[in-house]
Design a protein around this ligand. Structure first.
Ligand code: AMP
Length: 122
């Protein structure tokens, strides 16, 4: 996708398409993933779509990346008891489908329930 077209997340931020928004600030929005891969699966998204992936974000605006991580922790505090897996898919072969940087925050919300480790190759 060309980065000049609005991404699905930009369209959510603009309220053009619906989403369950769980957090919003001037610079970041967090939503529930529409196709969850864990009992709790949230996405933390910088509002600017100028960075396609986490490496670009780290190089271009490390403070904004730190904000994304801080929001992930505070969402985990609220939704998963504070523990979480943070994933940034980077590139198509790694599973990235939306080229507007976003963090997947995944965790569990029931005592004794754990995320598994394993290979993800199809
Ligand atoms: P990635 O594959 O790492 O680029 O992650 C994109 C994520 O966005 C996937 O987990 C999708 O399920 C999620 N997604 C796509 N469209 C929406 C939407 N409209 N609302 C919420 N999550 C979405």
């Amino acid at each position: 996708m060309s980065n000049t077209e609005p991404s699905v997340f930009t369209r959510i931020i603009a309220r053009e398409i619906p989403a369950e928004i769980v957090f919003e600030s001037d610079s970041v929005i967090a939503i529930r993933d529409i196709a969850p891969k864990a009992p709790v699966h949230l996405l933390v998204v910088p509002k600017s779509q100028q960075y396609r992936n986490v490496a670009e974000l780290a190089a271009g605006d490390p403070a904004l990346l730190a904000d994304v991580v801080a929001v992930a922790q505070s969402l985990a505090d609220e939704h998963t008891g504070g523990e979480f897996r943070l994933v940034f898919n980077t590139g198509e072969s790694a599973g990235q489908t939306v080229f507007h940087v976003h963090a997947h925050v995944m965790g569990t919300n029931a005592p004794g329930l754990k995320l598994t480790e394993g290979t993800l190759v199809e």
